[in-house]
Ligand binder design. Structure first.
Ligand SMILES: NC(=O)CC[C@H](N)C(=O)O
Length: 420
């Protein structure tokens, strides 16, 4: 690793990572030309780079992929967790080659360019990952210029001036702005995304904006539309991955998605049988003003709650626990988690840089899952209410589907409550 103050850009270096401490890593730029500042993390998943890049939880971050062949199956319109990438950029070992896959629609480097995302290839990603593991996730600038005309000292100063993810609220920036009805289940080969039930009004699959520009019509009596007897889940979108909604639908729920800033009145006006708290980017403690008070009201109203990742951390905060910034975080598709109720091990997908501090859980909240990598908290459940959450990603995308049972458990619980 070189130093920004003394270095001359080597010939052929069209991309660079510049660290807040002045260290520099050169490579070849691809995708968009420009620069971006954020936190550098690493993800160990072998597949699913398009899902990872489009996961809104990666806002404010640049992803180092430890798997060396990124881009080799191209990109398509289906393997996305949101309409656009949210990771600022990525760092990869090998240059992006011609895509080889029957589902390819556009090469990865072109897709990155079209979405304004910067890539850096030709980097020793093993060394970079070791550095992140040793020193913690650093603040960096990633830059791409075909002429290699980098002002390294200025880029280092920009990285050093960036305040960092701790204390930064990003959910507010990435949340969907409108309420919407969600329809459509998970993807299967040869079928695509399923749409198990038509929406009231005859709209087909996918996400649709509700009839009214602000909120779907209130449904306080929990009356079903048409013959739709599915329990109604109101999902609060702090930067949600679409596959979460698809899995809620697969488990048998009707899903309405509300923005992160939805008030308790707006949530309860929909007559929810359950409330879902989504994943999302940034520091959970920085969302305090809008997220946590609403979650407390939902708990007080005895509405069942299920949360994932940021939603897990927000539920933790709502019950009075604290969250902490992790040294390097957990990002990958093979993280073992122990389910404490029976000792079963789930292999999970993860993406988080903050965690609930288990030592701060109050007496009415039990720890339900722990990471087998470092013992950190990976799940909680209230002992006096129907509310639980996990730090990892049972929706996978990418990753193993061991933990789908959590969606089923949540929705089955709602079905029973509705029938009672
Ligand atoms: N995937 C997520 O929801 C991430 C939650 C939070 N932003 C973290 O980094 O821990």
């Amino acid at each position: 690793m070189a130093d920004a103050k003394t270095l001359i850009v080597p010939k052929g270096a069209t991309g660079v990572l510049v660290f807040a401490d002045g260290s520099v890593v050169f490579g070849r730029g691809f995708g968009a030309v420009g620069e971006a500042v954020g936190e550098l993390c690493f993800n160990t998943a072998i597949t699913g780079y398009q899902e990872i890049m489009t996961d809104p939880s990666y806002a404010g971050q640049v992803v180092t992929f430890t798997f060396p062949h990124i881009g080799n199956v191209g990109t398509n319109a289906d393997d996305v967790e949101a309409d656009t990438p949210f990771a600022l950029g990525c760092v990869v070992r090998q240059d992006v080659t011609e895509p080889s896959n029957f589902r390819n629609v556009q090469p990865f480097d072109d897709w990155m360019r079209d979405h304004g995302r910067i890539g850096l290839s030709g980097v020793d990603t093993r060394a970079l990952t070791r550095m992140i593991r040793e020193k913690g996730a650093p603040n960096i600038v990633i830059a791409h210029d075909p002429d290699g005309a980098f002002d390294l000292a200025a880029l280092a100063a920009r990285a050093a001036a960036w305040p960092g993810l701790e204390g930064m609220d990003l959910a507010i920036e990435v949340t969907g702005k409108d309420s919407r009805l969600w329809e459509g289940g998970p993807w299967t080969l040869g079928v695509g995304y399923s749409s198990p039930l038509p929406l009231a009004g005859g709209v087909g699959g996918g996400a649709v904006t509700a009839d009214t520009p602000d909120m779907p019509s209130p449904n306080p009596s929990r009356k079903r539309e048409g013959d739709d007897s599915r329990p109604h889940v109101v999902a609060i979108d702090y930067g949600a991955k679409n596959n979460i909604f698809r899995n809620l639908v697969k488990a048998g729920a009707r899903v309405t998605v509300l923005p992160a800033t939805a008030t308790f009145d707006q949530v309860s006006a929909l007559g929810p049988d359950g409330v879902f708290l989504s994943n999302g980017p940034g520091d959970p403690a920085a969302t305090g003003a809008y997220a946590v008070p609403v979650i407390r009201q939902v708990l007080d109203a005895d509405i069942p709650v299920f949360g994932i990742c940021l939603g897990h951390q927000l539920l933790g905060l709502a019950v009075g626990a604290k969250t902490i910034k992790m040294h390097q975080g957990h990002r990958g598709a093979n993280h073992p988690v122990k389910r404490l109720e029976d000792g079963l091990v789930e292999i999970t997908s993860m993406n988080h840089g903050f965690a609930v501090d288990a030592a701060t859980l109050p007496a009415n909240v039990r720890s339900t899952h722990i990471s087998l990598f470092d013992g950190s908290n990976c799940g909680i459940a209230l002992t006096d209410k129907n509310a639980f959450s996990v730090q990892y990603h049972p929706e996978a995308s990418p990753g193993p589907q061991d933990s789908f049972y959590l969606f089923q458990r949540f929705v089955d619980g709602l079905k029973k409550a509705v029938a009672a």
